[in-house]
Design a protein around this ligand. Structure first.
Ligand SMILES: *Cc1c(COP(=O)(O)O)cnc(C)c1O
Length: 377
């Protein structure tokens, strides 16, 4: 009997490097420093260098990374920040945590990333920043977004929570804008054993402001120069993340191999496979297909023991918390809404075996055959 295939499996990422991780954890435990110590400083340097940025500032979550980066860029209560609705609610929550007003724009129907034309259309005199989201591991069209933002002198904070190691042209996620916000939530391409996040930037004064914001506005301990918060990264997470960072590129390569096999296998079954921007290197945080009979396919795969998820079933402007109160450009976001009804995230994690990928493909084939036999499509 075949065992079931989960949609994602962060626990296998531990088992793959168990000895190294256990060793790193023991060292932190014995070291007696548990928050913002040497492990955090070392990981900040290593992670920033991996992204191609000069500075890394470890914080408590990806949401905080975005919020503190915005505040560090001078975003003030009442300012507008332009982002997309096709994203984790966290992106928009971070904007509101900074006191700003989110304005949500349409995505490109092929790549699911911010449509630069709608971004430009959404800019008003109150716009103070733009957050493109590199959704599913593929970067937005940063060349066009950056040229528009530069013309209007607007800082870009990239939402890199799903894009550790992704590239657009020759530069990695987090280095096209003035800052990038990363999440180390356990299921991300680089995941901690709890929450964590980081702001990367090559702007020394921005790095300094975020460093102060994350700990009560301190430059010097116990002296608050400006109001801040508590959003620190802890030593255990940083030590674990340093171990896992050394395997990130190999993990992303494996995700790419799985995606290539999915592409090849699915092309015959009339489901739409993810489009690639020709100038981007996708790191496949998720492998997302589009299919009109999405819910039927999902139920079929579930009965076959194959886990899937929907990222996300509702766009942010459709969520009860935000419905009717955020400006959308264009009104109603028709592309975003239709994409939400059709998307399905197939199993994707670096430890997924070739045989499991084939089983997913075989199940999609059976579903398609059953559907044709029933004459439903
Ligand atoms: C996960 C995620 C976040 C938030 O990260 P947390 O660490 O969960 O706060 C933000 N944006 C996107 C696109 C995400 O996927």
């Amino acid at each position: 009997m075949n065992t079931s295939i989960p949609q994602t499996s962060p626990g296998l990422g531990y088992l793959a490097h168990r000895d190294e991780i256990d060793q790193a954890v023991r060292e932190v435990m014995a070291g007696g420093v548990y928050v913002l110590g040497r492990a955090v400083a070392g990981f900040e340097d290593r992670f920033a260098a991996h992204a191609g940025a000069t500075f890394g500032v470890g914080v408590a979550s990806g949401t905080d990374a975005l919020c503190l980066a915005l505040k560090g860029c001078g975003v003030r209560p009442g300012d507008e920040v332009v982002t997309v609705s096709h994203t984790a609610v966290a992106t928009v929550a971070a904007i509101e945590m900074a006191g700003a007003v989110p304005v949500l724009v349409e995505i490109d129907p092929d790549t699911f990333t911010m449509d630069p034309r709608w971004m430009e259309a959404a800019i008003t005199p109150r716009t103070r920043a733009v957050i493109p989201v590199h959704i599913y591991g593929q970067m937005a069209d940063m060349a066009r977004i950056r040229s528009i933002a530069a013309r209007l002198s607007l800082p870009i904070v990239e939402d890199c929570a799903q894009a550790h190691g992704a590239r657009f042209r020759d530069r990695r996620a987090g280095t096209w804008g003035v800052a990038g916000g990363f999440s180390f939530y356990p299921t991300k391409n680089l995941g901690a054993f709890g929450d964590g996040g980081m702001v990367v930037t090559s702007d020394a004064s921005l790095a300094e402001r975020v460093r102060m914001l994350r700990e009560y506005g301190w430059r010097e301990r116990y002296v608050s120069e400006s109001p801040g918060v508590n959003s620190r990264l802890d030593e255990l997470q940083a030590a674990i993340l340093s171990v896992k960072l050394a395997h990130l590129d190999a993990d992303n390569t494996r995700r790419g191999q799985i995606a290539a096999r999915y592409d090849e296998g699915l092309s015959e079954y009339a489901v739409r496979i993810p489009a690639r921007h020709r100038e981007a290197v996708h790191v496949f945080h998720q492998y997302v297909i589009q299919c009109d009979e999405r819910d039927d396919l999902r139920a079929f795969l579930s009965a076959e023991g194959i886990g899937t998820l929907i990222h996300y079933p509702l766009a942010v402007h459709q969520q009860p918390a935000y419905r009717g109160r955020l400006r959308t450009v264009p009104e109603g976001l028709p592309v975003t809404e239709s994409v939400c009804r059709r998307i399905l995230s197939l199993p994707m994690y670096p430890q997924m075996e070739d045989g499991q990928v084939e089983r997913v493909l075989a199940a999609v084939r059976r579903w398609r055959q059953r559907a044709s036999a029933n004459g439903t499509r």
